[in-house]
Structures are given as structure tokens and as C-alpha cells.
Design a protein. Structure first.
Length: 401
């Protein structure tokens, strides 16, 4: 006699063990993140060859480098729609074909137009996978590994499940946290639905845009994309320039890991201030080396210092900070605003960098240094610390009546 299993109680998760399918699917989907960094930055190793092969001017080189970033913006904007309409898995399969086709196309490009076209396709795949990859991973992961946001659950009226999740993550403080979130949502309902660009959200919007702008005005992406050209300008050989690039990549990895360990202990604002001072100093040294034309053999050290200071501060703080300053009702839109500002600025600077650098090797680095000095005072004066505050406390603090 077959006995049907008892239905699982609402709001509880089964004990699911790690299995091969879950691991394989998660690793495969996570490759999108790896390809994001690789496909956008791999251009750094071939800018010289591209310039020689296609007789590029500084303007056309900048456009060729930045085209993948413009594609990334398009992919990020459309990836969610494709995932909803055709499914996460099938959409990721199509993106895998785009990755393969664009890579082969770039390798076999017969002229500059075809190379740019395939690189734009790669950008679309990168942007869409950055949206669909995390979605797919979250949805295939066992429930007890990914409890839903208690704020979202309360917004949907699922109080029992929200209480269960808060018991898991907040422990003894769960009741107080529950009441705080409910009060915050009540305030949102009383205020009614308001667009992101309204007076009520003026402060979070300004903070998100300013932080995203300063993140790119540090110069991090133009430096990574044109790293070999920068070393060549300083007199390094092709081989030594490639080795220096590896050292800088390793520095970025190590200090990003350091930031993950200290961001909740030190605080977001302090890290931003430290990063502004460190990047200003390093950019000042780099601009001096290029302006004077002396001691350029020492270029590696201020570049390593710059990447370390950036990775331990702005590189890690930006996405945490932007997600914290927006209230529940517009957090998704606010995160999208910060991301859009970040990548449009990145694409623009990557486009302009070689045009400016050909006229003044030190010019771009002077600009980046000035921006970091300005960032220090802006953060010191206007940016609130978010460490140690609940999202509801921050909402009450930052919203404008």
C-alpha cells in the first residue's frame, strides 16, 4: 500500500543535503561572475596589438575598449526580462552561446567593425549573466541556505515566515526587529507610493549617485583596462609589463578579501575616508612620475598601493552602502540607480582616458587625485555611517519629510 508523504508545514524548509546537481548548477551559473571580470578587463593585454593591427587612434581605441561596457549596460537592463519570459536556465544557455560566439568572433575578427560588434555582444552576455546568474543560484539553492528577506515577507503579509527567518538570523532580538520592520512598512504605507526621484528619497538618491561617481572617478577601471599601455608609457617592456599586471591583479584579490573581513568592524565611512587618502596619495605620486619623467621604474609600487587602497575601501563598500541607505519600498530601484550610474561613468571614462593621455600622460592621474581629495571632504561632511544601524533606523534618519 502506497502512503503519500505528509504535506510539509507552511514556512518550514526540508533538510536538503548538498548534491552533485546543486553544486554543478551553482558553479556553472557563477561562471558569469568570472567572465564578467575577465571579458571586460582582458582587453588590457591586447590594446597595443589592436592599435597596431587596426591603426587605431586614441579615440577609436577608447571606443573599442568601452564598447563592451555599453553592451553590459544593455544586457543588465534586458536580462531580467529574458529570464522571466524564457526561464533562467534557457536564458543562461543562450548567454553561453553568446560568450562562445563573441570570443571566437573577436579572435577571428576580419576588421575593426567586426571586432567591435563581437565585443559588444560579449558585453550583452556579461551584463545579462550578472543579473541571471545570481537569480538562478538563489532559486536552486536549498531553502534553509537562502531564507527570504523578512522585510519582503512582511511586505507580502507573510508574518509567520518572516518571524521564522528573524528567529534564525536575529536570535533573541527577533521580536524587536520584527516590530521595527513592521513600523517602517507602516510608515511607507501611510506615505503612499512615491517615485524614486521624489523629495522623500532625495538624500539616499544623492548619496548613491555621488558614491557611484566617486568610485569611478578614482580611476580604477581605466587603469585596469589600460594597464599595459600605462606601463609601456613608463618604459617597461612587454614581458615586464605583463608581470606587473599580474602583481596588481593579485593585490586586488587579496585586499578585497581583507575588506570582507573588516568592513563590519571598521565601518563603511572610515573605510571610504581611508581609501580616499590612500588613493589620493598614490595618484599624486603616479602623476608626478609621469609629469617629471623621472624614476618611472618605480611606477609599480604606487599602482599596487592604489589598487590596495581602492579594493579595501571603495571597491567593497559601494554596493553594501548603496543597498543600506535606501528604504524598503525603493531599495531595488535605488540599487539599480547606483549600478547604472557606476557603469555609465565607467564606460565614459574608459572611452575618454586614451584621448586625454595622448596629450598629457600625467593629466588623467591629476584628475583622479583631485577627485579623491574632493571625495574625502564630501564623505567626511555629508556621508552618514551605516555600521551598527538597522535598515529601519537608517530609513528614519535619511528620509526627508
Amino acid at each position: 500500500m502506497h502512503v503519500a508523504p505528509a504535506p510539509q508545514a507552511l514556512g518550514t524548509a526540508p533538510n536538503v543535503r548538498l548534491n552533485r546537481t546543486t553544486v554543478a548548477s551553482t558553479v556553472t551559473a557563477a561562471l558569469g561572475g568570472l567572465l564578467f571580470g575577465f571579458d571586460t578587463a582582458v582587453i588590457a593585454g591586447i590594446t597595443g596589438a589592436l592599435t597596431s593591427r587596426f591603426h587605431l587612434t586614441p579615440t577609436s581605441l577608447g571606443f573599442t575598449v568601452a564598447i563592451a561596457l555599453w553592451g553590459t549596460i544593455v544586457g543588465a537592463a534586458t536580462g531580467g526580462y529574458a529570464g522571466d519570459r524564457y526561464g533562467r536556465r534557457d536564458s543562461l544557455r543562450v548567454l553561453a552561446l553568446l560568450f562562445i560566439g563573441s570570443a571566437i568572433g573577436c579572435a577571428c575578427a576580419w576588421d575593426l567593425f567586426s571586432f567591435i560588434a563581437f565585443r559588444f555582444v560579449a558585453g550583452i552576455a556579461i551584463g545579462a549573466s550578472s543579473v541571471l546568474g545570481p537569480m538562478y543560484i538563489a532559486e536552486i539553492a536549498p531553502a534553509q541556505w537562502r531564507p527570504r528577506s523578512p522585510r519582503w515577507l512582511l511586505e507580502k503579509g507573510n508574518v509567520p515566515e518572516a518571524t521564522r527567518v528573524l528567529d534564525l538570523v536575529a536570535g533573541e532580538a527577533s521580536a524587536q526587529e520584527l516590530a521595527s520592520i513592521q513600523n517602517s512598512l507602516a510608515v511607507d504605507r501611510l506615505a503612499g507610493s512615491q517615485p524614486l526621484f521624489s523629495r522623500r528619497y532625495r538624500i539616499p538618491v544623492i548619496l548613491a549617485i555621488v558614491l557611484a561617481l566617486f568610485n569611478q572617478f578614482s580611476g580604477i577601471n581605466p587603469i585596469l583596462y589600460y594597464l599595459n599601455d600605462i606601463f609601456a608609457k613608463a618604459g617597461f617592456s612587454r614581458v615586464s609589463g605583463d608581470l606587473q599586471a599580474v602583481a596588481i591583479g593579485a593585490t586586488n584579490l587579496v585586499f578585497t578579501a581583507v575588506a570582507m573581513c573588516i568592513i563590519d568592524k571598521v565601518g563603511r565611512k572610515k573605510l571610504l575616508l581611508f581609501g580616499a587618502v590612500g588613493t589620493f596619495f598614490c595618484m599624486s605620486v603616479i602623476s608626478t612620475l609621469f609629469y617629471t619623467g623621472r624614476h618611472q621604474n618605480l611606477l609599480l609600487w604606487p599602482l599596487v598601493g592604489f589598487v590596495a587602497c581602492f579594493a579595501v575601501s571603495q571597491g567593497s563598500v559601494i554596493w553594501v552602502y548603496i543597498s543600506e541607505v535606501f528604504p524598503n519600498s525603493v531599495r531595488g530601484k535605488g540599487q539599480s540607480l547606483g549600478s547604472f550610474t557606476h557603469w555609465v561613468t565607467c564606460a565614459t571614462l574608459s572611452n575618454v582616458f586614451p584621448i586625454v593621455a595622448v596629450h598629457s600622460a600625467s593629466g588623467p592621474f591629476v584628475f583622479f587625485a583631485v577627485m579623491m581629495a574632493l571625495q574625502f571632504f564630501v564623505v567626511l561632511r555629508f556621508f552618514p555611517e551605516t555600521k551598527g544601524f538597522t535598515l529601519e533606523q537608517l530609513q528614519a534618519k535619511l528620509e526627508t519629510e
